[in-house]
Design a protein around this ligand. Sequence first.
Ligand code: BGC
Length: 743
Amino acid sequence: MKKLTYLFLLFQMFLLGSLNAQPYKPSPGIDAKVNALLAKMTLDEKIGQLTLYTTDWGSTGPTIREGYKNDIRSGACGNLFNSHTVGFVRELQRVAVEETRLKIPLLFGFDVIHGYKTIFPIPLGEAACWDLEAIELSAHIAAAEAASAGLNWTFAPMVDITRDPRWGRVMEGAGEDTWLGCRIAEARVHGFQGKKLGNTDAVLACVKHYAAYGAATAGRDYNTVDMSERFFREYYLPPYKAAVQAGAATVMTSFNEYDGVPATGNKYLLTNILRNEWGFKGFVVTDYTSMNEMVNHGVIADEKEAGELSLNAGVDMDMQGSIYQRFLKQSLKQGKVLQKQIDEAARRVLRLKFELGLFDDPYKFCNEERQKATLLSADHRKAARDVSRKSIVLLKNDKNALPLQRNQKIALIGPLADNKSELIGNWNGAGNADDCITVAGGLQGWNVTQVKGCDIEGTDKSGFEAALAAARNADVVVAVVGEKAMMSGEAASRTEITLPGVQEELILELCKTGKPVVVVLMNGRPLAIPQIAQNATAILETWWLGTEAGNAIADVLSGTYNPAGRLPMSFPRSVGQVPVFYNERNTGRPYNPDSKWTSRYIDEVNAPLYPFGFGLSYTTFSYSQPTATVTYAANDASKRFAKSPVTVQVTVTNSGKVAGEEVAQLYVRDLVGSVTRPVRELKGFQKVMLQPGESKTLTFTLKSEDLGFYRRNMTFGTEPGEYDLMVGGSSQDVKTVRVRLEK
Ligand code: BGC
C-alpha cells in the first residue's frame, strides 16, 4: 500500500511538470474581490498589507509576544514569517481574522529551502542528481509538509547562479550553470506551488535573490556586484526569468547592488525587466531589512527615502524593515509616492491571499491531523532517501574500492561518521537532527569499528593514533569528513575552501597505512582537495543530504545503488583558481601549457580538479560519434531556422559489468559570433539506465533559443555560421559534431 502511495506521488509529480508554463496570472474573478476589499481599506490598513514581520521563534520554540499581536490587531502588520506549526499559526491567524476591522488573513512565510521536517539534500547537492522530477518531488514534499504546519509561503527557490565557492550561499542554489539552473528553478517552482495555489499541499514560491546576488565580489556575502549587461543577461538573469515563467507567485530582492543601484531600489530590475519584459503579476518582497540597508549603500539619505525609492522601483512588501509602516503615509502626503502605487502593491498582496483561499478559510493550513499525518511520513522519508542517493557524486574509485564487500572489516573514521547535528545542513526548516540517520547508522549490520580521529575544526591530533590502529586492523577505511553545516549558507563565506582543521592530515596519515581509504565528503560548497584527490582510493561527494543521509550513503557504499550524480559546480584545485567554471570565453590567448604567454597561471594548470558535469559510476560508458540534422522552416526559401532546427543523435553503451545510469550531456558552441561566445554551454541532458552491454540511441532536440544569444546590438536571436555540438559524460569529456546554420 505504502509503495503504491509513493508511486502515485511520483506519477502525480510527473504530471505536475507539464503544468504552469506561464507567469502567474490572477484567477478569474479575483480582481473584483480585491478591488471591493481595497475600497473599504484605510491607508494604514493598505500599508499593513505591505508589511512583513518575523516572530521571535527561537531554538526553544515560539513565543507569542503582545507587541506583534498588537501590530496584527491594528492592521499594521499583514504578514508574518518564522511562525509555523498549526497551534502557533492558528492563534496568530485568529487575531487577524477575529480581532481586526476587516478580518484580512495573514500570510505565513518561512525559509523552506530543502525540506520542512523531512530534510532533503541541500539545493546544491540536489542539483547534482540531474533528475528534474526528483527535484520537483522534493520541493513538493517540502511544500506539503510546510502547508500542513500552517505555512502558505516559502522563501524559495534560490536561483542565484554562482561561480565562487567561497560564497557561503552556494549551498542554496543549483551551482554554476545557467541552463541547468533554469530547469531546476522551474522544477522547484512547480514542486512548491503544486497543481494549484490554494491546494493544501502547495505554498507560494518566492524566487530569490533578484538579482545576481551570486556574483558578490570575491565571494564575500552581501558584497558589490558589477558586470556587463551582456554577462548579466546571458549568465545570471535567465533562472529568475525561468522561475517567473514557471508561475512563481513572488520574488525577493537581493542585498547587493546592480549597476550601482541596490536591487531593492532598482527600477530597471523590478519594473523594466521583471514586470514589463517578463509580465510578472505577483508581488515583490525585500530581503531582510534590505530596504533600510540602502542608507548604508549610500544611494539615499535616510530610511524614509529608502521607502520611496523602493516603492517607486517596484517593491511591494517590506520585510522586517518597518519603513513602509513608519514613513509611507508621510511620503504620500509629500507627493513622493502615489496613492495608486500603494493601492497596486496592496492589490498584488491581497490577490494572492484570495488565490490561496484564505478569505474562505483562513485556517485551511491549520489542521492538526494533517500535520501529524504529513510530517516525516514514511513515504516522505523514502523519497528523501531516493533523492539523497541520486545526489551523491562518485569522484574517484581506484581499484574498484567501492562498492564495499559484505565480508570486509571497515574502519569507520572521522568527525562526521556518526554526527547527527550536521547532516541537515544549513537552512534546515523545522528539521530535527535527531531524526537523521548517520553513516554509522546506515552501516548497521556491517563489520564496523568506529573511531572519530579528530574534530571538524581545531588542531587536536590526539585521536589520530586510535584511528590509525583501527585502520591497520581493517580491510578498508571509510573516512567521513567535511565542513560544519554552518560553514556555508548566509554570512558564511570562507577564504580557505579546504577541509577545516586537521581532517586532511588525518586522511593523508590513513592513506599511509596502505589500506584502501574511501573518503566520504560532507560539505556545502566545492572544496579544494588536491591532496585527497591524489592520495585517497575513492571519494564520494555527499553534500548535506538531510534526514536520510546515512541510509543513502550506505546504499551507495554497499552498491545497492549505483551512483549517478554529476557535479553542478566545478571543484577548484586551489582558492587561487576561483572563479573557475566551464562555460568561459576562449580569450585571444587560450590556455597552452607549453606557452607562457597564454591565459594561465605559472604555478597551476587551468582545469579545475573536478569539472562541471563530472561524476563516475560503478560501471563505464562509451559514446558513439554524434550525428546531427539541421532543418529549416518548411517552405522557407530564405532558409530561416525552424523552431527546433537541430537534432543530435548519439549512442551510449554501458561498457562495464553492472547496470548503471549515465547522464548524457549536450553542449553547444557558436564558433564565430558577432560577439564572443562561451567555449561550451549546456543545452540538454538525458539520464539513461543501461544494463551491462546495453546501448541506447539518444536524440536531443535544440530549439532556436538554445542556439540564440544576445547579439552585438543586444537583441536575442541566432546567427548563421558553424556550431560545434558536443555530447558526453561531463563538460570536459565530449565528442563533437559540427553543423552549419545558413542565413
Ligand atoms: C536571507 C533570505 C531569507 C530571509 C528570511 C535573509 O537574511 O537573505 O534568503 O529568505 O533572510 O529569513
